[in-house]
Design a protein around this ligand. Structure first.
Ligand code: ADP
Ligand code: MG
Length: 587
């Protein structure tokens, strides 16, 4: 019994059609969607010359009987809806009944199809809009559609096609999106005879993304969150992954449809905050499920854009869910610390979360004395130098300084190059937030209180924001009608307390114009951390270097400074092998 009926013309009219076929990638999208709608669990996509010469999609879905195979090519021939009301309860990807008609009008199409257990299959061709008589064919269950020479007879369209490479890229983008959207379906994708992707059926979302993007599963962080009417699930990659492999590794689906939405992308980027520099896009594959009444999916003919009825709520939800996932990583880091380092009990001690950085056995006490002796207490760097004994008990690999700025050491079999300023900035920034969250700024009285000669604006600012500044660890008193700076945060103990205060003052000044307090605080902390951190050119003792590196590596967000610049880079032996051309040259 055939499944396809002709849509009444008025229904067809109501469905804004749009151009279905504009390039090979759109053909693939339609054909793979049809295969998915047909319940396929295995789909193969073959392309030649970026899809310009040939596109072939085979599936093991429900197939069609002969009558349907003919109707499938009719304009508005669809088995998926019968009336406009059906639009609201749509569970299929297609419904316009236009794709095959449009493709058949622009190329040479051959369709082979058979239903399960059919005694005979059907072969039928449509060339430049002309349908040939169906012919019997071997009953291979499922459907195979071959599209040759797209737009060959329509020069006006053909001339808009880009180079093979560009068309291929667009095709690959479509295919990968479908592969991510349907981890339950197995796919093979070949271009010019070469297998580009091959993924098995019945994968979890995480293993599909991991396999497809070549990212180890341990570098993927699961995202799982739900509020009434909204849920978000999927994975994000740890920030450092984005530094090397961000391009094209962003995926976002709404109710099962991959979409592109700048504001959503922005929300995800914002959730990463200072973990990534402004220019680097995070890696993510996320799927949002939203109450159908809260989204309009039909604003775009290809459905790759949507309109949210309440966008602010959606963006906030996405941002919160992603930062929560990143945050839960932080928690699991600190749990790991307790298990991994029973020896190292104070927070001054180096803890190596996640990756287990090698530590060398504890040194003799003589060694320890020698080391403490080299420690210069006069150097005004309390944040690095405050602690003495604990971290020395682990005596990790010595640290070299290069170019008065970079620290070189070996951890866990990798070479680490650390930017001392960026690293210290990150450490200070992290501690400022910790104190901020615990509301316990530790202050240090100034030996020489500074009389502040403030102008009118600064005076007003100080009056308005004294409490915020005190919460940052600054302390004030009054003397002859002048404000005197008496304390600064011990984290920021600086040679120029007054300069630091003026910067903070300028920072809180901006706050008035900015409703997002957290963002202002971030900028302020980033700025304060930057001012107080050691600079390139500052010389550090061995102990200070050890402390700096250990502290940095103990942080969940150790990969970047608060402005998003990398704080360290690692060189793996395999990378060195490549640099020294030890690979590919035989033994
Ligand atoms: P739509 O998908 O919008 O219904 P199409 O032009 O893409 O319109 O397809 C027309 C009809 O052909 C579909 O409704 C479906 O019944 C049938 N069809 C197309 N491709 C396949 C396939 N791979 N397997 C089974 N049936 C298919
Ligand atoms: Mg379709």
């Amino acid at each position: 019994m055939g499944k396809i009926r002709q849509l009444p013309e008025d229904v067809a009219m109501k469905i804004a059609a749009g151009e279905v076929v504009e390039r090979p990638a759109s053909v693939i999208k339609e054909l793979v969607e049809n295969a998915l709608d047909a319940g396929a669990t295995q789909i193969e996509v073959l392309l030649e010359d970026g899809g310009k010469t040939a596109i072939e999609v085979s599936d093991n879905g429900c197939g069609m009987d002969r009558e349907d195979a003919v109707r499938a090519f009719a304009r508005h021939g669809t088995s998926k809806i019968q009336s406009v009301d059906d639009l609201h309860s749509l569970t299929t990807l297609g419904f316009r009944g236009e794709a095959l008609a449009a493709i058949g009008a622009s190329a040479e199409v051959t369709l082979h199809t058979a239903e399960e257990a059919a005694r005979e299959g059907t072969a039928i061709t449509m060339s430049q809009g002309v349908l040939a008589h169906p012919k019997p064919h071997a009953p291979v269950p499922g459907t195979r559609i071959r599209v040759r020479n797209l737009f060959h007879s329509i020069p006006a369209r053909q001339k808009f096609l880009k180079s093979d490479a560009t068309e291929w890229k667009a095709c690959l983008d479509v295919i990968t999106k479908q592969m991510v959207t349907h981890p339950e379906v197995g796919f093979v994708a070949k271009h010019n005879g070469r297998v580009i992707h091959e993924v098995p059926a019945n994968q979890s979302f995480m293993s599909r993304v991991s396999l497809l993007w070549g990212i180890v599963a341990s570098a993927l962080i699961p995202v799982e969150s739900e509020v009434p009417h909204l849920s978000l699930s999927g994975v994000i990659a740890q920030p450092e992954i984005a530094h090397s492999a961000s391009k094209g590794r962003q995926f976002f689906a709404v109710n099962g449809h991959p979409i592109t939405d700048k504001a959503i992308a922005r929300s995800i980027k914002d959730a990463f905050g200072t973990l990534l520099p402004p220019t680097i896009t995070p890696v993510y594959a996320l799927s949002l499920t939203i109450h159908p009444g809260m989204v309009d999916v039909n604003i775009h003919p290809r459905k790759d854009e949507v309109r949210f009825i309440n966008p602010g709520e959606v963006f906030r939800f996405v941002l919160q869910s992603v930062s929560q996932a990143l945050g839960s990583q932080t928690q699991s880091f600190s749990r790991a610390e307790h298990i991994a380092s029973p020896l190292l009990t104070t927070n001054a001690a180096p803890v190596y979360p996640k990756q287990s950085y090698d530590t060398v056995p504890a040194p003799s006490s003589r060694h320890f004395e020698r080391r403490t002796a080299t420690f210069s207490p006069t150097l005004a760097l309390p944040p690095i130098a405050a602690e003495t004994e604990e971290q020395v008990t682990t005596a990790p690999t010595p640290i070299l300084t290069f170019d008065a700025c970079y620290l070189l050491t070996v951890r866990d079999g990798s070479l680490l190059l650390i930017d001392q300023h960026a690293a210290h900035e990150r450490i200070l920034y992290h501690r400022l937030w910790q104190e901020h969250e615990k509301q316990t700024p530790t202050s240090q009285p100034l030996l020489l209180p500074v009389v502040l000669h403030l102008d009118e604006t600064e005076r007003a600012l100080l009056e308005d924001h004294q409490a915020s500044l005190e919460s940052l660890g600054f302390g004030f008193s009054q003397q002859d009608g002048q404000s005197v700076l008496t304390q600064v945060s011990s984290l920021l103990a600086s040679k120029q307390p007054e300069q630091l205060l003026r910067q903070a003052l300028a920072g809180v000044g901006e706050e008035r114009h900015d409703p997002d307090l957290r963002d202002v605080t971030h900028r302020l902390y980033a700025m304060l951390a930057c001012k107080a951190a050691v600079k390139a050119g500052d010389s550090l003792s061995e102990l200070e270097k050890q402390k700096l590196v250990a502290d940095l590596l103990s942080l969940p967000d150790r990969f970047t400074c608060p402005h998003g610049r990398p704080s360290y880079i690692t060189l793996e032996p395999t990378e060195l092998e490549k640099l020294f051309k030890r690979t590919g040259f035989g033994a």
